[in-house]
Design a protein around this ligand. Structure first.
Ligand code: TXA
Ligand code: MG
Length: 353
């Protein structure tokens, strides 16, 4: 379907509620609207309506077996879509919602089947962004919303990113400026005896454990560690325009990688913290915040990935960050984005093309 995508710029949310009203009316007519959340922009549609949801999958080019997160305005609304709320989920809701945590609970079947990809569970969260909250209240619907990017690309942290990916494919975009957290919500499965983190995100494992005690980490997440993928392997997630190589080593090692690949004739782009950038000699560095505050790196990660253009670089060498706190989520995304991982401990032969 071809749309003339409306772009509503929201400068002052109280004064511009007519724009949110207009977006809410389109949602009630089964259209798809992009809106800001505190994590990334979401692509929302009525979670109780299969036709509306089908439009999300079509606009994004998303595989239909990947379920969506349902966004609601408040705790009461969660009750309407789940069969029960276990005690731990109650605690998590009180501690972190609204906020960047998504919990998986048993569905009561009210949400459309294509939202949950046929699963008996649903993922649900209360976003902490005034535009998202007002929109949910105005339309009075639960909104299923994946990140508002074309499938496979980095998630959008600004309305411009959404526009680049989805102009002409959706009815409208509410522009609420840059998102704050910059990475998606943490997804926590609360249907098993011990809750399991399925995706690290804006709320850290430590923060969750302070509220409900020990949680597990999905073993599938560990598999992305240290397993160099074959260079030709097709990307499926967070893909920048040029291949991303994740470099794990000190500044001298990083510099050697730049030179090795420049000597081979490649145009090398570098993505690094300002600390590492200060130690490197090369002319195409994009910085993404400071190591001293990984929240900054999280907030700038997708924007920086999107800033590398294939006309300028053949490959991107990217710093590895400490896997602690929000660093877990940062490294999870970078491992998924990377087509190759280069470690200082490997022999020089293994680090070449
Ligand atoms: O921060 C966020 O979570 C953003 C904003 C827009 O809310 N949304 C987002 O949605 O990242 P998406 O579709 O890009 O990622 C949803 C994740 C996927 O990894 C999906 O597999 C998982 O949640 N998911 C959804 N429903 C699930 C279910 N019932 N069981 C297990 N995983 C589920
Ligand atoms: Mg996504």
């Amino acid at each position: 379907m071809n749309y003339e995508t409306k772009l509503w710029k929201i400068e002052d949310i109280t004064k511009n509620s007519t724009q949110i009203e207009a977006a809410a009316n389109l949602l009630k007519k089964q259209e798809v609207i992009a809106f800001p959340t505190e994590t990334v922009y979401g692509l929302g549609a009525d979670a109780t309506n299969e036709q509306a949801i089908a439009k999300i999958f079509e606009a994004k080019g998303r595989p239909s077996d990947n379920p969506l997160i349902v966004h609601v305005a408040n705790k009461r609304q969660i009750d309407q879509y789940v069969s029960n709320i276990p005690d731990i989920a109650e605690k998590l809701i009180d501690a972190f919602m609204p906020g960047p945590l998504t919990i998986i609970l048993s569905s009561n079947g009210v949400i459309a089947k294509n939202v949950t990809a046929g699963l008996s569970t649903i993922a649900i969260r209360i976003p902490d962004h005034p535009v998202a909250r007002h929109l949910l209240e105005a339309c009075q619907l639960p909104l299923a919303a994946p990140s508002a990017n074309k499938s496979g690309k980095p998630s959008p942290t600004s309305a411009t990113h959404v526009y680049q990916d989805l102009n002409g494919k959706i009815a409208g975009i509410l522009d609420g400026g840059n998102t704050g957290v910059g990475l998606e919500s943490t997804v926590l499965d609360c249907t098993s005896e011990l809750p399991i983190i399925l995706r690290p995100g804006g709320v850290t494992k430590d923060q969750i454990e302070q509220v409900i005690g020990t949680v597990m980490i999905d073993p599938a997440l560990a598999k992305t560690d240290d397993q160099p993928k074959s260079p030709g392997m097709k990307y499926t997630h967070y893909q920048p325009e040029a291949p991303l190589w994740l470099v794990d080593g000190d500044a001298d090692f990083f510099q050697a990688q730049i030179e090795l690949n420049t000597d081979k004739g490649y145009k090398v782009g570098v993505m690094a913290s300002k600390e590492l950038a200060a130690l490197l000699h090369t002319d195409n560095i994009k910085t993404c915040g400071t190591r001293a505050n990984l929240n900054e790196v999280a907030a700038q990660l997708y924007e920086t990935l999107r800033a590398f253009k294939k006309s300028d670089v053949d490959l991107i060498l990217c710093e590895s960050f400490e896997q602690a706190g929000v660093g877990d989520a940062i490294m999870n995304r970078l491992h998924k984005a990377a087509s190759k991982k280069i470690k200082q401990s490997l022999s020089p032969d293994e680090t070449s093309l």
